[in-house]
Design a protein around this ligand. Sequence first.
Ligand code: ITT
Length: 189
Amino acid sequence: MKTVVFVTHNNGKFREAKEKFRSIGVELRQYSGGYPEIQADTLEEVALYGVEYLSDKLSEPFFLEDAGLFVDALKGFPGVYSAYVFRSIGCDGILKLLENVVDRSAEFRSVVAYKEPGEEPVVFRGVCRGEISYEKKGSNGFGYDPIFVPVGSNLTFGEMDVKEKNSFSHRGKSLQKLLEYMRRVMGKD
Ligand code: ITT
């Protein structure tokens, strides 16, 4: 069976990817060794730097993913700073910044960069529009999940199981593109 490595220290992300990969008979392995997350203007730059850094360290096909929450009323903040902002002020801090703000619209973005040995990396993107809730709800998932309600649902990601979150989420979409690429280009059915 073909093995693909997902480079992430985030177990929540890995659970979501595992659920997606289940359907195509590829074994997904987590590698938590990490890579330097540079401070850059775009998720793409962060992801591609990570791929470059890892390409001579891993012998199997691998991918990594950089994601972020972009809040319209905050002009896209926390965006590429999402990890730092989550560690410092968390969901409560975002709710505080949006106190008395009526426009709650926001989006999650995901950039997946996949690399086969000896090949150029390929990038897949996924976006999920939604709204920031007025309070935290649900204890599933990770990160900003308890405060994000995707368009098409009344539940936060924190109130959804993995399968339901994948059906709406930025990562569900970018990984779906990766799976279609693997099926199409490499015949990995
Ligand atoms: P990696 O090891 O894969 O980099 P990470 O947790 O550092 O894991 P990111 O840099 O991609 O992941 O994520 C930036 C921040 O955005 C981080 O605090 C995440 O918790 C949060 N985040 C990313 N995707 C999310 C999602 O689907 N739901 C909620 N929060 C998310």
